[in-house]
Design a protein around this ligand. Structure first.
Ligand code: GDP
Length: 296
């Protein structure tokens, strides 16, 4: 199955709902617009965004005399795609580069680091992985497995070591060897959320100070978390000033709208999307491909 196909399967719930309104009567009347708005809200896009998109589309339909629902479909994909901010730079190919991955446990950070390390190797870039989640012993082991799979060295320290000093060591080692890409995995859970944010802020501060390559802070977010994902993203963004997002599990039962809600509301580009659990299941994000998959 191609990557776009797996994305379509993952976005099945949104697609079916949207398809339903397009096929219901085929006529664009007031009910149609209300149904469209409701469907977008239910697809995790958020009420405010759903209203704005529906209003714009209604204006365009009036202006261009689009009277059949089928004509609206592509306009909807285009309108939604326009909501995604574009990335000024790609931290995984514009090297040298150092990327810190943040996000709650289970979001897919470690998996994503492994996939990106594999890609970097394939592209002929030198890469090291840093393991700054010293809170859980299993996290370090899991990262080592991904490092082996990708053929990339993992630099880390024992459980309980100070994460910020791990980052310092990782960046120092990488710079000595003039490594192109440094990917650092961080903890997703501590005793409390404010402990976590404080620790991550320190990790970010030390890494920015030590690294001569640009440092990007990337939030990894699970698309199946729904509206709660937006609150999570806001909390991380407030504490750490994120540069962008990687949205995972878009092959699952995600509605997909949450990716759009977070990206547009926080003004953060999506660098990659995860569409499965293996090394190859990572896609470069293309806004129009994504919204076309979303609307059918
Ligand atoms: P972390 O705690 O943030 O490091 O999360 P992990 O990388 O350990 O991932 C948590 C679980 O999500 C694992 O079982 C992964 O295999 C799974 N996972 C990660 N990314 C994806 C994805 O894009 N699609 C699917 N279906 N599963 C994923």
């Amino acid at each position: 199955m191609g990557l776009l196909d797996s994305l379509k399967v993952g976005l099945k719930r949104s697609r079916e709902a949207i398809n339903e309104i397009f096929y219901m009567g085929g006529e664009v009347d007031e009910d149609f617009w209300e149904d469209l708005e409701d469907t977008l809200v239910m697809g995790d896009m958020g009420a405010e965004l759903a209203l704005r998109v529906t209003d714009d589309l209604r204006d365009r339909a009036a202006r261009e005399n689009l009277t059949r629902a089928e004509q609206i479909r592509d306009a909807l994909a285009q309108r939604l795609a326009a909501e995604f901010p574009e990335a000024a730079r790609d931290p995984f190919t514009d090297v040298p580069s150092c990327v810190l991955f943040v996000g709650i446990n289970g979001a897919g950070k470690t998996t994503t680091v492994g996939k990106l390390a594999g890609r970097a190797r394939e592209a002929g870039l030198s890469c090291v992985i840093g393991g700054a989640d010293t809170f859980r012993a299993a996290a370090i082991e899991q990262l080592q497995v991904w490092g082996e799979r990708a053929g990339v060295e993992v630099i880390t320290r024992e459980r309980g070591a100070d994460p910020a000093s791990v980052c310092y060591d990782v960046v120092e080692a990488a710079e000595k060897r003039a490594v192109d890409l440094v990917l650092i995995d961080t903890a997703g859970r501590l005793h409390t959320s404010s402990d976590l944010m404080r620790e991550l802020a320190k990790v970010v501060g030390v890494t920015r100070k030590r690294s001569s390559a640009p440092v990007s802070v990337v939030l990894v977010i699970d698309a199946t978390t729904g509206q709660n994902g937006l609150n999570q993203a806001r909390e991380f963004n407030d504490a750490l000033e994120l540069d962008g997002l990687i949205v995972t599990k878009l092959d699952g039962t995600a509605k997909g709208g949450i990716a759009l809600a977070i990206s547009s509301q926080l003004g953060l580009p999506i660098y990659r999307i995860g569409v499965g659990e293996s090394l190859d299941d990572l896609q470069t994000f293309d806004a129009l491909d994504f919204t076309r998959a979303l609307v059918g």
